[in-house]
Design a protein around this ligand. Structure first.
Ligand code: S3P
Length: 459
């Protein structure tokens, strides 16, 4: 099958801080919301506009695939700033792509687009980079096959894979076996072009951007939460989506890196503007507050149907904590940077129930344990998490002379976590490759520099 595009040559770098981080910054648009904004706009009848779209590689992968299936997606940079315009094809109107869809590093693009293709009368091949090609797709292959799609995957249910959609597909009632917003969204998106009602039951709540935005585009979505907290999301099929104007809030998962940076560099005082604080995403901020962080929300408002605030963070001594496993989905992408904060805190932090971290862009438990140990942290790796004994505010010693750079395994969040760790280290914390940061937060090095940090790209 078609070979995926190669990444540029690795760019090693080391970040450090000579003094406090100060100032105001604005993080780029939310990655999850950006993917969904493009997809639902592409399925609406007419022209949608999107402000604040994340211009990262993952979102470009989604845009490229939607263009290949018939949507017209254009970026303009006018007096009012950057705006994306999408002319949709209507639910049911996706066209057969002429070549394989290159998903790059993006699991969200892959799983959600597989859902869209599954109920259209088209066939699409999905390819991705070395990281994405190791990730399990069985979790979406199972329900989408039950809806009638014919999916041929590489061994282990991995990419490259081919989805032959069925139209009309068969509606499904599906109880999520893993707490995954990607699986939920794949099924709901497949349900859009399926006659009848498609239901997803989620035992643990996961990010709810899909259901919010589907309703915003005019689909009929029924939400029900039973007394035990089990949620059911039902989408009525053969929906007609009406074009929208969408404003994407700043990504809390990106803000997390700057927030922890401000907490661990003495004397820092940073305002991160326009951050999405949807409760299904904002778990980290509560955990940091419970650890003693001086982290406050200001000017709370609603932007594009999502709660948003400015977050002010001041350097603070942190105390170790036990992080409850049931809040994991609300901060699933924030664990790597939380591990860094915990490694500098006073006392022990125990983090369990995190098996899902082993199948993200890398095995994030193993990658963080190895990197943290290499820079002087005390970490015990468990099958489902980490036990971290904090340094009580003492900076990391950094890599010993001659040690290899910290390995990021093509994982943007591992790269950013060790970039931030370098700000609280007396010796160097060299990261082997910061180029994957462009998948979700291309302005990260520039924003850290604007706050006063230093980035050395030469080894
Ligand atoms: C995402 C859901 C999460 C998250 C990923 C984005 C989404 O994955 O880790 O970065 O946009 O739906 P899972 O739903 O598989 O946990």
């Amino acid at each position: 099958m078609h070979a995926p595009a190669l990444r540029p040559v690795p760019s090693p770098a080391a970040f450090s801080a000579d003094g406090p981080l100060t100032g105001r910054v604005r993080v780029p648009g939310d990655k999850s919301i950006s993917h969904r904004a493009l997809m639902l706009s592409a399925l609406a009848v007419g022209r949608s506009t999107i402000d604040g779209l994340l211009e990262g590689e993952d979102v470009h992968a989604t845009a490229g695939a939607l263009r290949a299936m018939g949507a017209t997606i254009v970026r303009t940079d006018g007096e009012e700033g950057v705006r994306w315009t999408v002319d949709g094809v209507g639910v049911g109107g996706l066209l057969q792509p002429a070549t394989a869809l290159d998903m790059g590093n993006s699991g969200t693009s892959t799983r959600l687009l597989m859902g869209l293709v599954a109920s259209h009368p088209i066939t699409a091949t999905f390819v991705g980079d070395a990281s994405l090609s190791k990730r399990p797709m069985g979790r979406v292959i199972d329900p989408l096959s039950a809806m009638g799609a014919d999916i041929t995957a590489s061994p282990g249910g991995r990419l490259p894979l081919m989805v032959r959609g069925l139209s009309p597909a068969v509606p499904l009632d599906y109880r999520l076996p893993v707490a995954s917003a990607q699986v939920k969204s794949a099924v709901l998106l497949a349900g859009l072009n399926t006659p009848g009602i498609t239901r997803v039951i989620e035992p643990v709540p996961t990010r709810d951007h899909s259901e919010r935005m589907l309703a915003g585009f005019g689909a009929t979505v029924d939400l029900h939460t039973d007394p035990d907290g089990i949620r059911t999301i039902a989408v009525h099929g053969e929906a007609e989506l009406k074009p929208q104007h969408i404003v994407v809030p700043g990504d809390p998962s990106s803000a997390a890196f700057l927030a922890v940076a401000a907490l661990i560099v003495p004397g820092s005082d940073v305002r991160i503007e326009n951050v999405g604080i949807n409760p299904t995403r904002a778990g980290l901020f509560g955990v940091l507050q419970a650890m003693g962080a001086d982290l406050t929300f200001h000017d709370m408002r609603t932007v594009g149907g999502e709660p948003v605030a400015d977050i002010v963070v001041r350097a603070s001594p942190l105390a170790g904590t036990d992080v409850a496993a049931d809040i994991a989905p609300s901060m699933i992408d924030e664990y790597p940077i939380l591990f860094v904060a915990a490694a500098l805190a006073q006392g022990r932090t125990t983090l369990r129930g995190l098996e899902e971290l082993r199948v993200k862009e890398s095995d994030r438990i193993a990658a963080m344990a190895a990197g943290l140990r290499a820079i002087g942290a005390m970490v015990e790796e468990l099958p489902d998490g980490l036990i971290i004994d904090g340094r009580d505010g003492a900076p990391f010693p950094g890599l010993p002379p001659g040690a290899a750079a910290v390995q990021t395994h093509l994982d943007h969040r591992i790269a950013m976590s060790f970039a931030v760790a370098g700000l609280a280290a007396t010796g160097p914390v060299v990261v082997d490759d910061i180029s994957p940061i462009a998948t979700s937060f291309p302005t990260f090095p520039a924003l850290l520099a604007a706050l006063g940090a230093r980035c050395d790209t030469a080894r």
